[in-house]
Design a protein around this ligand. Sequence first.
Ligand SMILES: *Cc1c(COP(=O)(O)O)cnc(C)c1O
Length: 387
Amino acid sequence: MRDATRTVHHPVVPENEYASLCVPTHRASTIVFSNASAYATRSQRDLDSYSYGMHGTPTQRVLEAQLTALEGGLRTVIVPSGQAAIAVVFLSVLKPGDHVLLAETAYPPVSGFCRNFLEPLGISWSSYAPGIGAGIETQIRPETRLIWMESPGSTTMEIEDVPAITRIARSRGIRTGIDNTWATPLLFKPLSHGVDFSMQALTKYPGGHSDILMGSVTVNDLKLRKDLRDTMRMLGFHTAPDAIALVLRGIETMAVRIAHSGRVATELASGIAARYPVEVLAPSLPSSPGHDIWKRDFAGASGLFSVVLPPHWQERLDQALDALSVFAIGASWGGTRSLMAPMSIAGQRATFHPRNDLTILRISIGLEDPDDLREDLDRFFTILAST
Ligand SMILES: *Cc1c(COP(=O)(O)O)cnc(C)c1O
């Protein structure tokens, strides 16, 4: 063997006494085969096996298996973002002529996907109010194939009656999916409530450090996993092993982070509700929509809640946000740093509610000392309330 060849042939070293607590980061585009017949028959390999880096390396299989165990499912797929996870579910279920029912409180880019991507393909959609429960029956059309839930809803935090919706969907042969990003499978297990597709943005709590984007979908049915994988293959969706390694690291501390952030968020949310003339939207507060269902179905609260600001506070909002010293201003929550983001739901909701025209402040609680957060919130609300 000459030098140029030596530079590309890595020596094999013994690994027999090597053991570590870390998951190795396996990067690959090429997967090599032990002989010609293994290569010729590679397309017959099981979806859990390896044939091309596009479809995952052992690093990805570890994350898939870990999420599958947490969700109580059968298989998980990993995709490059939360939004991609939603798109893959929709595209694996819906064909031209089909109809999808969407919670009007779903992550806003989902209705954008329906309007701008699915509609031109001949797939129709309509939205329903998050408190609908068994009333979903009246919204179902003969061509409805999928019901997409999100609980709590984006920004306004309504809890949906998931078992009531899945019971009706199952009796009609309609698939259901849910965006479970707020709760993660630590606080709510959608598959045990009859949901077919449990999706989460790993970008948030599992990643946990505001530095990666990723999504997952867990199912209880190998046929659904195959449909998801077929869609991913046709679209060329691949998720980098280095990013997956960061999620595998993040997930190790997720239970402790969510327990802490959820406890502090509930304390701060009830403090704000008691002291200021605002509506606080946090599933763990009895005044929040769907609180009783949250108590029935969820194991706890995570760190995200919202505050509806009275109209006359609008004028000083920028000044109050600029005075923050612990909270950062930004979206994409679930990291170690606490965040605030002023949101508007105007134009996103079909059902009328007086709050639709107001600014809603989304607050994500991170891992700072709760007293520092309380002081920053006091400063913030004192500026707003001085109008
Ligand atoms: C962030 C988020 C998404 C999208 O995740 P990305 O990884 O940013 O694409 C979807 N749903 C919810 C509820 C989210 O908070």
